[in-house]
Design a protein around this ligand. Structure first.
Ligand SMILES: Nc1ncnc2c1ncn2[C@@H]1O[C@H](COP(=O)(O)OP(=O)(O)O)[C@@H](O)[C@H]1O
Ligand SMILES: N[C@@H](CC(=O)OP(=O)(O)O)C(=O)O
Length: 594
């Protein structure tokens, strides 16, 4: 008998009528012959209300008590859903996270799943029940209640689908699938039939709140296909699987992270280990750092800029205060009125010019880019918050995301391709502990690279577009790009990597740019290498970047450029140190490498 996991988010159980509608969906699936496990979130905005209550009582509520409080939201809804099912004539039983055996670590508010016991659920299903499980919560070794982080019910659902070897994992929500960008922000956004795990993972962590990013890490790791669909209709939605919608479209989606903050640590002595101290202090607080840009300035001092979520700004500043003094940095500047616009696409890897297309779209909309970072399947630009909607629309239009690509595959086509792939085989890798542990897929070195830096780039719209259009027109292919504050007022610096044998040509293009825009200068460095740690969900595993820095610093290797994404952490170093770096990293990450 097949098993279906159906997850209903807060908006889908917001009132009594919606609770009944969710109950009817589950009952119908059961009557069609499926065993049904429901995962339910807190009603409507209840979690937000609980958060407000806590902040009314205490400025700094203990993390353990916060999880105790937040978990009650889900407890209310599972009981009501089970009652609704009973009232409609079927049999149901509600279970808390602890009762479904959802074991987590003890990181309150960000707990990671270690194991799930399935016996009780299986027994209750065998007895003919619809099992209604509370999303978002678990228990640690000491029976303390933990929560998985905002939006965490998706992760509960996908994890349950994996361990129960479910035939389907359906995420019911208030949109009828995954769109090319948030349809609430941009009505012209298009619903896609299919999106790949990698693309959804990046989009989810960049602002596409329709899915919790860790649920996609889970799905990718254990090959669980996810069906995102509407609670309010029966139409098919979007399948999240290993395949992409199109084999040619460079970009599959755009996302906006509205509430970001930029911090710059000024005048950091440019010697190995200093950036490590900065990021280790932040990682200690489990704050995810994003868009890291390091610019080597004058006199052997570097300015290190990065972004964190705006809500994490104060905690980041507190963590950094002692470090700034101990490493002898000049100070910190910050801006909390910034947003991040990103485009994502698995085909970007093989297509040049995607970055300049994005920069041109922003320039045409008169949007200034404050920072840039790229990784293999995404490009992010930091812009002023009050220009973020304009920027999102410009980028969405430039990549024609509202139009279906000619070669786009529908779910039914992909389903046909997948026939014969046994769910049992897909989950055969399932281990019963440390389910959410870090999984790395490789450590690699791209050698024979060169770095080109343009400094004193005026902080106004259009320059990044010009730079990369000219470089592209000269037939030079650019790999990593970073742009960020360079310690001087109203200027930034742009660095990028190219193949070693294209360095001279790149420098001559750079010189023409220096002249035509009155830049401060350009410099190039041959003989560098990019070291990449690849895996799943690397940004939520904040210690990966720290360990990378730590390992390189221990061997006195200086990091010149950094970029991070959900799938990779990249560091640009001198070629001569590449072998040593790779060996060191393989040793440090041995336990996580598959
Ligand atoms: N790319 C996207 N595709 C679809 N929805 C998106 C996207 N990005 C953001 N969203 C937003 O996600 C919302 C659904 O997520 P959420 O409110 O957390 O639902 P739930 O309560 O069901 O978990 C949608 O209403 C939509 O505004
Ligand atoms: N109730 C929790 C968990 C959750 O996943 O909710 P939703 O499915 O409504 O995003 C939250 O608001 O974060």
């Amino acid at each position: 008998m097949s098993l279906i996991v159906q997850k209903f988010g807060g908006t889908s159980v917001a009132d009594v009528e919606k609770i009944r509608a969710a109950a009817r969906k589950a009952i119908r699936a059961q009557r069609q012959g499926h065993r049904v496990v429901m995962v339910v979130s807190a009603m409507g905005k209840n979690t937000d209300r609980l958060l407000e209550l806590a902040s009314d009582v205490s400025e700094n509520p203990p993390a353990r008590e916060m999880d105790m409080l937040l978990s009650t939201g889900e407890q209310v809804s599972v009981a009501l859903v089970a009652m609704a099912i009973e009232a409609l004539g079927s049999q149901a039983i509600s279970l808390t996270g602890g009762q479904i055996g959802m074991q987590t670590d003890s990181s309150f508010s960000k707990a990671r799943i270690k194991s799930i016991s399935t016996e009780r659920i299986e027994r209750l299903l065998d007895e003919g029940n619809i099992v209604v499980a509370a999303g978002f919560q678990g228990i640690d070794n000491d029976l303390n209640i933990t929560t998985l982080g905002r939006g965490g019910s998706d992760t509960t659902a996908v994890a349950l689908a994996a361990v129960l070897k479910a035939d389907a994992c359906e995420i019911y929500t208030d949109v009828d699938g995954v769109y090319t960008t948030d349809p609430r922000l941009l009505p012209e956004a298009r619903r896609v039939d299919v999106i790949s795990y990698d693309e959804m993972l990046e989009l989810a962590s960049l602002g596409a709140s329709v899915m919790h990013n860790r649920s996609i890490e889970f799905a990718k790791k254990f090959g669980v296909p996810i069906h995102v669909r509407s609670s309010f209709s029966d139409t098919e939605g979007t399948m999240i699987v290993a395949e992409q919608e199109s084999a040619t479209a460079s970009v599959c989606g755009a996302a906006l992270t509205p509430d970001e903050a930029r911090l710059t640590v000024l005048g950091v002595p440019d010697v190995p280990g200093k950036s490590l101290e900065i990021f280790a202090a932040i990682a200690e607080e489990k704050i995810a750092v994003d868009m890291v840009v390091q610019n080597v300035g004058d006199g052997g001092k570097a300015d290190i800029s990065f972004t964190v979520q705006r809500a994490d700004l104060q905690a980041t500043l507190t963590a950094l205060q002692p470090v700034v003094e101990s490493i002898g940095a000049a100070g910190i500047t910050q801006d909390d009125q910034v947003s991040k616009i990103s485009v994502v696409g698995a085909n970007m890897v093989s297509q040049p010019g995607v970055a300049s297309e994005m920069f041109r779209a922003l320039a045409a909309a008169d949007v200034n880019i404050q920072m840039i970072t790229t990784s293999e399947i995404k490009i992010s630009a930091l812009v002023a918050r009050d220009q973020s909607s304009l920027a999102l629309r410009a980028v969405h239009e430039a990549f024609k995301l509202h139009e279906k690509p000619d070669d786009s595959k529908s779910w039914s086509q992909i389903k046909a391709d997948r026939d014969g792939v046994e769910m049992q085989t897909l989950v055969s890798r399932l281990r019963d502990d440390a389910l959410e542990a870090l999984t790395l897929t490789g450590i690699s070195v791209l050698d024979d690279q060169a770095r080109v830096t343009l400094s004193g780039v005026p902080d106004r719209p259009g320059i990044a577009a010009e730079v990369f259009e000219k470089i592209g027109a000269a037939g030079i292919s650019v790999d990593m790009i970073v742009q960020g504050v360079d310690g001087n007022e109203h200027t930034t610096s742009i660095s990028f990597t190219v193949d070693n044998d294209q360095l001279n040509q790149s420098l001559s293009v750079a010189k023409t740019l220096v002249e035509s825009y009155g830049l401060r200068g350009t410099s190039g460095e041959p003989g560098i290498a990019k070291v990449t740690v690849s895996g799943i969900g690397l940004r939520s595993h904040t210690h990966v970047a720290t360990l990378l820095f730590e390992t390189l610093a221990a061997s006195e290797i200086n990091v010149e450029m950094i970029s991070t994404s959900e799938l990779q952490v990249n560091a640009v170093i001198k070629s001569e140190s590449a072998d040593q770096a790779k060996q060191g990293l393989e040793k440090v990450f041995a336990a996580s490498l598959r």
